[in-house]
Write a protein that binds this ligand. Structure first.
Ligand code: IMP
Length: 185
């Protein structure tokens, strides 16, 4: 791992701050319309979705409730291990409630599949999934998300909450990480 400084480690910017802001506003509008009468529970999957989640919730012009889960899927690796561990559960019950899982990115789809199964077993009225980024080539379409911000190719991206080894989360844009940062010499 050769992390130097954030600017040098980014191959190119995939989505600028302005592009992200505009798309998140559209998603907020769509969710406002979908949930205008139901006070949904917005579930943030920490840490990756944190920035997307707070921006998205502020774009929802209706009553919502906020709750948080922590799962681990990647360590310092850039490939999904397939193993998902629940580290922090929701604080509140979701029985008979509309639930919206907010994720940063869907890659193999295993994290989202696991989360959806757990939450569905608690008898909510509905569960929908929203991801900012969808690596559509990396998972079967049947385990995709219900709503996505952007479809992207299979590259490793960081920024706007997304990390590599817990770095780069605070970049205001989403960029493709240079391979030499994470590949062995
Ligand atoms: P999945 O279970 O393979 O769909 O992986 C989903 C999780 O892996 C996401 O919530 C991210 O934490 C992480 N992840 C997948 N791809 C990337 C990436 O390109 N950059 C940063 N994190 C990623």
């Amino acid at each position: 791992m050769r992390i130097t400084n954030e600017k040098n480690d980014i191959e190119y910017v995939l989505f600028s701050e302005e592009t992200i802001r505009a798309r998140v506003a559209e998603l907020g509008k769509q969710l406002t319309e979908m949930y205008k009468d139901s006070e949904p529970i917005m579930v943030c999957i920490l840490k990756g979705a944190s920035i997307f989640y707070t921006d998205l919730c502020r774009q929802m012009k209706t009553q919502i409730h906020m709750d948080f889960m922590v799962v681990s899927s990647y360590g310092n690796e850039t490939q999904s291990s397939g193993a998902v561990r629940l580290i922090k559960d929701l604080d509140n019950t979701i029985i008979d409630r509309d639930v919206v899982i907010v994720e940063d990115i869907i890659d193999s789809g295993l994290t989202l599949k696991y989360l959806k199964e757990i939450l569905l077993s608690r008898k909510p009225r509905s569960v929908r999934t929203v991801c900012l980024l969808d690596k559509y080539e990396c998972h079967p379409s049947e385990i995709g998300c219900d709503i996505s911000g952007f479809s992207i190719n299979n590259a490793f991206v960081v920024g706007y909450g997304l990390d590599y080894a817990d770095y780069y989360r605070n970049l205001p844009y989403i960029g493709v990480l240079k391979k030499e940062v994470y590949s062995e010499e």
